[in-house]
Design a protein around this ligand. Structure first.
Ligand code: ZN
Length: 135
């Protein structure tokens, strides 16, 4: 087992993680003010209404920002680097931190188009990552 701290599910985020296990990228939408909400929470951060509903993203996004991690977090985690990490701007209007998967890290660029993929980490955890699409 690698020494990486993975996110934990909570009452508010369980529908999100359940979506990942089903190959769905989910986000919340506020029925009171219409804002898109991500990451998962109980109340709308814009109007404090208890009116958040889950929606299904297309999983399409663009690179909003990125960095290339050249060194592994720990010496025994060498196969995890180099890798592209950054902020994906998802088409439905929210941003999320994720890993960008490509065979050519040196060609990563802002605005590159992305498509979500899901990686099974263990029995319960499936992480969303983004595949870089050809230009
Ligand atoms: Zn709201």
């Amino acid at each position: 087992m690698k020494h990486i701290t993975y996110p934990r599910s909570s009452l508010d985020s369980e529908p999100y993680w359940d979506g990942c296990r089903r190959g769905e990228l989910r986000y919340q939408h506020c029925g009171a003010c219409g804002e898109v909400v991500f990451h998962p929470r109980a109340l709308c951060p814009y109007c404090l209404a208890d009116a958040l509903a889950w929606r299904l993203s297309t999983g399409r996004a663009r690179i909003y920002s990125f960095s290339i991690q050249y060194l592994p977090l720990r010496p025994d985690d060498g196969d995890a680097a180099p890798r592209g990490l950054g902020i994906a701007e998802v088409d439905e209007g929210f941003h999320m931190f994720a890993e960008f998967l490509t065979d050519d890290l040196d060609s990563l660029a802002i605005d590159d188009r992305l498509e979500v993929v899901f990686e099974q980490i263990d029995e319960q955890l499936v992480l969303p990552k983004f595949k870089v699409l050809p230009r």
